[in-house]
Structure formats: structure tokens, C-alpha cells
Design a protein around this ligand. Structure first.
Ligand code: MG
Length: 363
């Protein structure tokens, strides 16, 4: 099975409500969707959401990287020659992780189809389903309480609360949510780099002193501040997770060597796809550092790929794969299915995706 052609397109999917973090606000999910077409006619699907504030990749840079630089090098390559394809992806140009991830996902999809196996089994097959949390956007305390109660009514048992734009208000927000949802719901916080190291320690200690019960806190400090992250990890009892800091394989290697965090949030768009995400999971497993599988605001293609890896690897013990649930429509036919907070992997080969509705080709 050889790669015959690569087509690039877009989908735009409205959100149920605006998505707000300490870094940005968006009202719709814009996703670049690639089709890697084999000489057998089979199609591998991949995607890359332009999340410039986190990855540095814009819509135009993703399209340009795939169309002009990386894509042409893959034409004619054997899908069986997976490591060869991944080497081309890694060495064709520096950075551009999202573009590489889109192609990587599509090639893994084809590889699964080639051997008739669902991707999660190819990646280890440790479990066939998982639960996800639901993200609560950064708003006033009343609105966040309302959104949290709605999430619980819909069947979620873990909430990921966005904080980080005002430490004093963050404490109010989280305390109000804890009081409203009761003691049994898991609450994890994501500060999205919003605090200084000392501010993070002060704020997290206040959560601890008040007995609010926080499962973990994601990315309290700036992405580049590995020493600050380590300082926070050492100064508080609560588990600290690296997200924006844990970008690619090299950054994760450094964080693990420094013992700078308690957990790693793996995302395909940071890692540059499944091939590197596997390396990250394996490095973390070697050091006994548990992982969460995360995502960007993206279509169910990337969510299915991420869920396949999370299902494959024992060390990926948590999932934050709610993007598809935040969308008002689902253009992806096939892939993972959702039942309340459960994500169920498909048994069809590859990603189990057969079509993308509303896909508009870009030339
Ligand atoms: Mg995060």
C-alpha cells in the first residue's frame, strides 16, 4: 500500500458555548483535515487545529507546511515503511508540529486499515474505553458554578476548571464550585500559565488549607519556566501537571530529568503526532510519571487518535478529551463514540472513520 495523493481541506464547527481560558476565547473550532489517499483507494484521515497561542501554528502555516514541504516527500512511500515515513516527517522541516501531527495521524489510520486492526490495539490495546472530564471555561463564579452543575447533570464525574487570570478570584471560583458539586466530583484545575511561581504556591496552599480537594493543577507557570514549575511542584502537596511546558519529546525528557512535575499532559498537536506521543508515554512510564491524554479544540478525528493512544498505554491514566462534546455539530462519521463521560473506541480498522461532512478542499 503506497501513498498516492494528499488532499487538504477545512471544516468549521460551531461551539455550544464560547471556550475561554487564561490565554484566549474562541466561538468555533476551525480544523484542517487531511486525507492521505493510498494506491488501493483507502483514505487515512488526519487533522490539525490551528492553535497559534499554544503551538505557534496558524491555518496558513499548517496548510503551507503540508502542501509545499512535507506532503510531497511522502508521495510514493510504502505505508508499511512506517518508521521511514515518520523519519521524513521529523526531518523534513523544523517545528510545525500540528502539520506533522495531521499527517502522522492519517498515516497511522492507513496502517491500521492495511492490517485490519483498530488503532488502539496497534498502540498497545491496554483498555477499550475510558472516561473524560469536561472543561469549565473561565467566567465569573456564578456562571462557572452553573456550568459545573450542568456537567454533573449530564453524567460527568470529573471537571477541569479553567483558572489563572486572577488568583484571588480563582479561589472564590473553585470554592464556589466545590460547595455546589459536593465532595465526590473530581476537580482538576488548569491555570494555563497564568500565575508566577510564588503566586502559584500561595494560591495552591490556600486551596489546600481550605480543604477544597483539588486532584491536580495543570501548568501553573509560564511554559518555558521549567525551574519555576519544579519550584511549585516541590512547594505544594497537590499534584502538578506539565502541559504547555511538556511540548515535544525533548522538553518532556528535560522535565523528567529535572523531576519538575508530577504528571505529563500529552497532546498530539504538541508532540507532532502519535509516533512522538508514544515516545513521550514510554519515557514517562520509565520514570513512573503518570500521564493524561489531552486535546485541542478539534474535530473527532484527533480525539479518536488521542483516545486510541490513551487506550493503548497503561501509563495514560486520565483523559481530557472533551473537545468533541463542546462542539454543536459532529461532522466526523465513525470514530469514537460517547456515552455520558465514557469514550468508547471503535472496533473498525484504523480510526474507524469513513467520512467528514462539510469538508472543503483547499488547494
Ligand atoms: Mg492545559
Amino acid at each position: 500500500m503506497k501513498i498516492r495523493e494528499i488532499k487538504i481541506g477545512k471544516v468549521s464547527i460551531p461551539l455550544k458555548k464560547p471556550f475561554k481560558t487564561a490565554l484566549r476565547q474562541v466561538n468555533s473550532a476551525e480544523d484542517i483535515v487531511v486525507k492521505v489517499i493510498a494506491d488501493s483507494g483507502e483514505i487515512g484521515f488526519g487533522n490539525a487545529p490551528p492553535t497559534a497561542v499554544i503551538t505557534g501554528d496558524s491555518q496558513d502555516s499548517i496548510i503551507g507546511a503540508i502542501r509545499d514541504t512535507i506532503g510531497p516527500k511522502l508521495i510514493g512511500m510504502e505505508v508499511d515503511h512506517l518508521e521511514g515515513i515518520m523519519t521524513v516527517l521529523d526531518t523534513s522541516m523544523l517545528h510545525n508540529q500540528s502539520a506533522k501531527a495531521a499527517l502522522d495521524i492519517a498515516v497511522y489510520d492507513l496502517f491500521g486499515k492495511r492490517y485490519g486492526l483498530p488503532l488502539y490495539k496497534l498502540l498497545g490495546g491496554y483498555r477499550s474505553e475510558m472516561t473524560t472530564d469536561l472543561t469549565i471555561s473561565l467566567n465569573g463564579p456564578e456562571e462557572m458554578v452553573r456550568d459545573s452543575l450542568e456537567a454533573i447533570a449530564a453524567g460527568y464525574t470529573a471537571l477541569k476548571i479553567k483558572v489563572g487570570n486572577d488568583a484571588a478570584l480563582d479561589i472564590q471560583r473553585v470554592q464556589a464550585i466545590r460547595e455546589a458539586v459536593g465532595p465526590d466530583i473530581l476537580i482538576r484545575l488548569d491555570a494555563n500559565q497564568g500565575w508566577t511561581p510564588k503566586e502559584a504556591v500561595r494560591t495552591i496552599r490556600r486551596f489546600e488549607d481550605r480543604g477544597i480537594g483539588i486532584e491536580l493543577i495543570e501548568q501553573p507557570v509560564k511554559a518555558h519556566d521549567f525551574h519555576g514549575l519544579k519550584y511549585v511542584t516541590q512547594q505544594v502537596e497537590t499534584d502538578i501537571m506539565a502541559d504547555e511546558s511538556a511540548f515535544g519529546t525533548y522538553e518532556v525528557f528535560q522535565l523528567l530529568a529535572m523531576e519538575a512535575c508530577d504528571l505529563i499532559n500529552i497532546k498530539l498537536m504538541k508532540a507532532g503526532g502519535l509516533h512522538n506521543a508514544v515516545k513521550i508515554a514510554d519515557m514517562a512510564a520509565t520514570m513512573g510519571i503518570r500521564c493524561m491524554m489531552g486535546c485541542m479544540l478539534e474535530s473527532k478525528i484527533g480525539i479518536t487518535a488521542a483516545a486510541s493512544l490513551a487506550a493503548g498505554k497503561q501509563i495514560i491514566v486520565k483523559s481530557d478529551l472533551d473537545a468533541a462534546v463542546l462542539l454543536a455539530e459532529d461532522p466526523v462519521v465513525g470514530g469514537v463514540s460517547f456515552d455520558k463521560d465514557r469514550i468508547i473506541l471503535p472496533d473498525a480498522p484504523g480510526l474507524g472513520i469513513t467520512d467528514i461532512k462539510g469538508w472543503q478542499e483547499v488547494r
